[in-house]
Every structure is written in structure tokens, then in C-alpha cells.
Design a protein around this ligand. Structure first.
Ligand SMILES: NC(=O)c1ccc[n+]([C@@H]2O[C@H](COP(=O)([O-])OP(=O)(O)OC[C@H]3O[C@@H](n4cnc5c(N)ncnc54)[C@H](OP(=O)(O)O)[C@@H]3O)[C@@H](O)[C@H]2O)c1
Length: 304
């Protein structure tokens, strides 16, 4: 088990907390900072050092970043590098291609290695040990970071130099948006035709069309538990990134455009604080039906 490399971790929101927790529990030498410190404090019981000042992470061997947008990444990196330099930055937030390229340019001018390493999965997926990374940047840097990426989930896919990982992640999240919208549409169609949602989704999840994603979204769609895993605004950001990339590379994205507008309608109605799967409520309203929780025990495919 690698223990001598010093790790720094910036950002313990829903994702960052669960990721850093796996490294701490795995016995890594890890120090953690979060803007709202009390969110990071419980990591101390797993052996992480929770620091008060971001600058305390400046000279770590590998500095992981998991915040929200590129603007946030820029702020924390500027602050972290004001008083020292880490050897490597591994940036895991879902940010734009352009933001990532700017960050690479800046870090390279400082002599800091940089990996773009966005992720697939939510906090529950991380707890189940099923997080995955898509990584781009210098291969040698990837090999150094790889043992830690592996500790956080089921491994990583190296896709090449530069910002290619950002494109892969954007494509992935565009699929997330389009699939949840379609899943909501067909679930409401099935219900309006007379089926119970849990019965329909049970069939779908067992079929070739079922996936880890359709399974772990099933409890939300059946019992209307919209405890947030990913916010509508963060999903909108990713669909916007997808549309921006489509324009840049001249690739049409008709389903993405439509899904983005449907999500925008929901956000326009003020539905921003719950999970993005509240799209099913919009769909039900559009179909003229009232949704009630089915109060059925349905598995999420992650717990076993
Ligand atoms: N949730 C998912 O299912 C999921 C899946 C894959 C990828 N992602 C991506 O992962 C990233 C994090 O998502 P999340 O769901 O963990 O979000 P979150 O729960 O909202 O956490 C955001 C984190 O970033 C910090 N932060 C934001 N702006 C900051 C700033 N300007 N300065 C310092 N810290 C700042 C927050 O600090 P405070 O605690 O102080 O607010 C918090 O620790 C996003 O880029 C998201 O798109 C999310």
C-alpha cells in the first residue's frame, strides 16, 4: 500500500468527501481543506488531517481538487499556489475543456504536473467502491497518481494527452441527462397506461436496457425520494458544456439541446434544490397525472 506520498485534498462536498474518505480509510497520508470546514471535520476520525488554511496544502506531492466550476477551481488553485507548489495537481471537478487547458498552461508555467481526472458516479457509488475516473495528461504523471485513483473506486481509463478526459466526461454527462429524461418519459408513459412504476422499472432493470444507472435511480423514481445526489444546476452546466463542445467541433447534438431546455423549464419553476431526477415530476405534470410515492422496497443495485 502506498503511504509515503503526501496527498492534499481540496473540496469535501458530496463527492469530494466520499473520495477523500476512501483515501483516508486506505491509510494514505492525506490533509484536507474545505471552504466550510465543518463538512471536512469528520474525516479526521479516519486519519485525515483537516487543515484550517488552504495554503497548508501547497507543497503536497499530489494535490487533488474536487470543487464545482472552473471559476471555483481557479480560485482554490490561485490560493494554493500563492505560497508554494505541489508536485502534481489532479483536478477531478467537471469543468470545461477551455478551463482545463488554461489550468494546464498555468500549472505548466509553475512547473507543476497536471492531470485532468473527472469522475463517473455519485457519493453512493463512491461508498459502494464503484467510482471510475477518466484521465488525460502526461502518461508518467498518470502512473504516479494511478494507485490513489484506484483506491477511490474501480479504476481509471487513460485517454491520452491534454484535455481529452474533459471531452469524455462531458459526453458521459450528456448521456446522463438524456437518459434520465428518457427514463422519466417512459416511466410516466408506463404509469399512465396503467402500470405501477416499480413493476415497469423492475422489468427494465432486468432487461438488456437496464444499467447500474437505471438501477440506482429506481428508488427515486418509485418512492419519489429526491434526496440530492446531483443538482439540476450542475447537470445544466454539463449539458451546456456538451453543447459548447458540439459547437466547437461542429457536431450536432439535437437530443442534448432538447434535454437542456426541459431541464431549464424545471429550473425556471424553481426546482433547484432536490435531485435532478425531479425531472419525473415535470414529466408527470406534462402528462396530466399526480405522482404519489409507491412505498415499495426496491434495490438500488449498489448495496449488495
Ligand atoms: N454529485 C454527483 O453526482 C457528481 C458526479 C460526478 C461529478 N460531479 C462533479 O463533481 C464536482 C463536485 O460536485 P458535488 O456534487 O460534490 O458538489 P457539492 O456537493 O456542491 O460540493 C462542491 C464543493 O466545492 C466547494 N466549493 C465550491 N466553490 C468553491 C469556491 N469558490 N472556493 C472553495 N470551495 C468551493 C464546496 O465548498 P463548501 O462546502 O464550502 O460549499 C464543496 O466542497 C462538480 O464539478 C460536479 O459537476 C458530481
Amino acid at each position: 500500500m502506498p503511504t509515503r506520498t503526501s496527498l492534499g485534498w481540496i473540496g469535501t462536498g458530496r463527492m469530494g468527501y466520499a473520495m477523500a474518505e476512501r483515501l483516508a480509510k486506505g491509510g494514505c497520508d492525506i490533509a484536507v481543506w474545505n471552504r466550510t470546514k465543518q463538512k471536512a471535520d469528520p474525516l479526521a476520525k479516519h486519519g485525515a488531517k483537516v487543515v484550517n488554511r488552504l495554503e497548508e496544502l501547497s507543497t503536497k506531492d499530489i494535490l487533488f481538487v474536487m470543487v464545482s466550476t472552473y471559476e471555483d477551481v481557479k480560485q482554490v488553485i490561485d490560493q494554493a499556489l500563492a505560497k508554494g507548489k505541489p508536485k502534481m495537481v489532479v483536478e477531478c471537478s467537471s469543468i470545461s475543456l477551455e478551463g482545463s487547458a488554461q489550468l494546464r498552461k498555468f500549472l505548466s508555467s509553475q512547473g507543476v504536473e497536471y492531470l485532468a481526472a473527472p469522475v463517473s458516479g455519485n457519493a453512493k457509488v463512491i461508498k459502494a467502491g464503484k467510482l471510475t475516473f477518466v484521465v488525460s495528461g502526461p502518461k508518467a504523471a498518470y502512473e504516479k497518481a494511478r494507485p490513489y485513483l484506484d483506491m477511490m473506486g474501480t479504476g481509471s481509463s487513460y485517454v491520452g494527452e491534454g484535455e481529452l478526459a474533459r471531452i469524455a466526461k462531458i459526453c458521459h454527462n450528456v448521456m446522463l441527462g438524456v437518459v434520465i429524461q428518457n427514463l422519466c418519459e417512459i416511466t410516466i408513459l408506463a404509469q399512465k397506461a396503467g402500470m405501477q412504476r416499480h413493476a415497469f422499472l423492475d422489468f427494465l432493470n432486468k432487461s438488456v436496457m437496464g444499467s447500474m444507472f437505471t438501477r440506482y435511480k429506481t428508488p427515486a423514481l418509485v418512492n419519489l425520494d429526491f434526496h440530492v445526489t446531483f443538482t439540476p444546476k450542475l447537470l445544466r452546466k454539463d449539458l451546456d458544456l456538451g453543447l459548447e463542445a458540439g459547437r466547437k467541433f461542429e457536431a450536432p447534438m439535437p437530443l442534448t439541446s432538447l434535454t437542456r431546455d426541459l431541464l431549464q423549464q424545471m429550473i425556471g419553476h424553481g426546482m433547484t434544490e432536490q435531485d435532478f431526477s425531479t425531472l419525473i415530476l415535470m414529466q408527470a405534470k406534462a402528462a396530466g397525472i399526480e405522482l404519489e410515492p409507491e412505498h415499495k422496497e426496491v434495490g438500488d443495485g449498489l448495496s449488495s
